[in-house]
Design a protein around this ligand. Structure first.
Ligand code: ZN
Length: 123
């Protein structure tokens, strides 16, 4: 009995307010990148593999000529830094976009944050 009361007391401790940290991602459009046909495509392939190994890359869309991928989740500052770095490395600015991270991966043009049918992965 006394044990149970202790446990209840512990649960009643007020939790410190922990605001959810904002999570961001960087979408890299490898389809556009490859269609431009410059060296940046190779540069990105190497870096994409690096992010992938760290578990920081997810695929949004795959086509025979390339894939649209998203780096993350990162902090907003890290995402903006990464996007800048990628553009500075020669990737066309139109192929790179920092955006808020969403639980469900959305296509680059989608502005929804909640799961949507259009972007739902094929079953
Ligand atoms: Zn969507």
């Amino acid at each position: 009995m006394s044990k149970r009361r202790e446990a209840t007391g512990q649960l009643a401790l007020p939790l410190p307010p922990t605001p959810e940290p904002e999570q961001w991602g960087v979408v890299v459009d490898g389809v556009l990148l490859n269609s431009l046909g410059n060296a940046a495509g190779n540069w990105w392939a190497v870096h994409a593999a690096r992010f992938h190994r760290r578990g920081k890359l997810r695929c949004l869309h795959v086509l025979p000529i390339g894939a649209v991928e998203e780096i993350g989740p990162l902090s907003r500052a890290d995402a903006e830094f990464a996007a800048e770095h990628i553009v500075e490395s020669g990737v066309h600015p139109r192929a790179v976009k920092a955006r808020r991270w969403t639980e469900q991966p959305h296509m680059p043009g989608c502005r929804k944050a909640k799961p949507c049918r259009l972007c739902a992965p094929a079953a």
